[in-house]
Each structure stands twice: as structure tokens, then as C-alpha cells.
Design a protein around this ligand. Structure first.
Ligand SMILES: Nc1ncnc2c1ncn2[C@@H]1O[C@H](COP(=O)(O)OP(=O)(O)O)[C@@H](O)[C@H]1O
Ligand SMILES: [Mg+2]
Length: 282
């Protein structure tokens, strides 16, 4: 669906995006994960044809993005990081207006408002909407023309846990409808929950690319953490889960029945990101 090969790009003469190659398959959720300023939004803007001065190749639906005409936008939906809505118009007027920009006969405004629970607020001005409502409206704005590919830039950015959960469910529902989704995030939890595959982006470079599960399994062993008492004091110990037999302290504590607590701890995607890139996500 999308092929990126040896991509380089700079806003100035200095090259910022350096030698990035990857492919996105039809029907998958593909994530760019990286800290602020890593180049995630820049990459997305190249994929949607907003930044054309790149070198290398970027094809979407088999055609080089640089050469796509306006018809390209009939097939892709874009949810920018910050809502781009007309505040003085109502939710329904916004969607009707944006629908009118496409040649496809859409007519699914009410259905879309319903899917995000905004039907009761359809005739309220957007200026009276909360942040969560605006995010949901901005999201369905990207869907009015029923595109095959969705580009979402930090879709849960700035949302509280409840709204963030709602947004993730909406994204998964679009995947279930067969859409291909490219999203950027600096949130490891979102990347883990949503993405089939994740690209780690740091300073304009791609540092790793795999499923969240494989990234975690490949890089870092899970650990066991335990507590025990010694001379009346509580103490902590830890060892890698695949090296418990070699941990003499742990084995003797078990034989003496001195373990107070014990649990295994999986590495998070954020731990792995730190391991691979040497950078934190925030
Ligand atoms: N229009 C622009 N002109 C010049 N530099 C820009 C522009 N947009 C972004 N940048 C710079 O490019 C870098 C990457 O930005 P961005 O792609 O927005 O990162 P991310 O989305 O990962 O936070 C940052 O250093 C940013 O300041
Ligand atoms: Mg960004």
C-alpha cells in the first residue's frame, strides 16, 4: 500500500530525515513512535504529499506521492495533530462543508456523528465543544469521504484517559472496517495497544521496526523481582527470568521459605525504546 525507499528530506539545506525505508501493508496499523521533534509529523507530511522536496521514493497506492494530483486526497483521510475545524459552525455544518470538497457522494454525516456519540451535539457550535468532543469530530472529519488510508497525527494527544480510550476504540473500529492506518505517537502505551508494527524514530532516522511483541521479546529479557527479610529488614532482589537457576540468593531464599513477594516484570515498549535508541520518549 505504501512503500518508502531511501527517503531523505530537509526543511533547510541540512538533511533532517535520513535514509528511511519501510513498507506498510494493506489493513495494518503502522505507527511512528518517537520523542517530540523526532520527525514523525514530517514523515507523515511527506507521505500525504504536503512536503514534496524529498529525495528517494515514496509511493502510495502504487504512485509516487510527488506526482499525485488532487485525486489522491479522495482516497486518504488525514487527522492533523491540532483540530482544524470551523469554530463558528456546528458539528454537522463542519462535516457537510468538508464532505462537499470531495467528489464522492458520501451522505454519511449522521452515521459518523453517531459512531462517536456526537449526534445529540450535532447542531451545537464547535466553539462550545470540549477538547474530547473536538478530537472526535476532527477524527470523523477525516472519514467523511470513506478513504482507504488514514493518517492520524498524535490521535490521543492531550486527551484524558477516558477520551483517549474512546479514541483508541474508534481507531480499532476503522481497522476492523479494513482501513490501512498510519499514526504517529510519543506514547508507548498507544503504540503497544494499537499498532501491528511500530517504527522507532529518533532524529530523523528509523532505529527499529517490528511488531511491539517482537521488539519487546528480542531486546530485553523479562525480570523477576522479589522481596525477603534479612535481620528483620525487608530487602529487594531481582534477576532475569531466564537465569533464575543461577541466582544463588533466590534459590536459597526459596529453600528457606523466606520470600515475601515475587513477581515477573515484562519490559515495556518504552524500556525497549530506551535500550535501542538511548533516548526517552518524552
Ligand atoms: N515547517 C518547518 N520548517 C522548519 N523546520 C521544521 C518545520 N516543521 C518541523 N520542523 C522541525 O523538524 C523537526 C521534526 O519535527 P516534527 O516532524 O514535527 O517532529 P515530531 O512530530 O516527531 O515531534 C523539529 O526539529 C522541528 O522543529
Ligand atoms: Mg508531531
Amino acid at each position: 500500500m505504501i512503500t518508502v525507499n531511501k527517503l531523505f528530506f530537509g526543511y533547510t539545506k541540512e538533511v533532517f530525515i535520513k535514509d528511511i525505508s519501510f513498507m506498510v501493508n494493506k489493513g495494518e496499523i503502522f505507527g511512528f513512535l518517537g520523542p517530540s521533534g523526532a520527525g514523525k509529523s514530517t514523515l507523515q507530511k511527506i507521505l500525504i504529499g504536503m512536503l514534496k522536496g524529498y529525495s528517494g521514493s515514496v509511493t502510495v497506492n502504487g504512485l509516487e506521492v510527488r506526482r499525485h494530483g488532487n485525486a489522491f486526497y479522495e482516497n486518504i483521510g488525514i487527522d492533523f495533530e491540532f483540530p482544524t475545524l470551523y469554530e463558528k459552525l456546528t458539528a454537522r455544518q463542519n462535516l457537510k462543508f468538508f464532505s462537499s470538497l470531495y467528489s464522492k457522494e458520501t451522505g454519511n454525516v449522521d452515521r459518523l456523528l453517531g459512531t462517536v456519540g456526537l449526534l445529540p451535539d450535532a447542531d451545537k457550535r464547535v466553539s462550545d465543544f470540549s477538547k474530547g468532543m473536538k478530537s472526535r469530530l476532527n477524527f470523523i472529519k477525516a472519514l467523511v469521504h470513506d478513504p482507504d488510508i488514514l493518517f492520524l497525527d498524535e490521535p490521543t494527544g492531550g486527551l484524558d484517559p477516558t477520551n483517549s480510550h474512546v479514541m483508541k476504540q474508534l481507531i480499532l473500529a476503522e481497522k476492523a472496517r479494513g482501513k490501512t492506518i498510519i499514526l504517529t505517537t510519543h506514547n508507548m502505551q498507544d503504540a503497544h495497544e494499537l499498532c501491528d508494527r511500530v517504527a522507532f524514530i529518533v532524529e530523523g532516522r528509523l532505529k527499529a521496526l517490528d511488531t511491539p511483541h517482537n521488539l519487546i521479546m528480542k531486546k530485553s529479557a523479562a525480570k523477576i523481582e522479589y522481596t525477603y527479610t534479612e535481620n528483620g529488614m525487608e530487602k529487594n532482589g531481582e534477576c532475569e527470568i531466564n537465569a533464575t537457576a543461577a541466582d544463588r540468593l533466590l534459590n536459597s531464599l526459596i529453600k528457606q521459605n523466606r520470600i515475601l513477594t515475587i513477581h515477573s516484570k515484562e519490559q515495556t515498549l518504552g524500556d525497549v525504546f530506551m535500550d535501542i535508541t538511548g533516548r526517552r520518549l518524552t
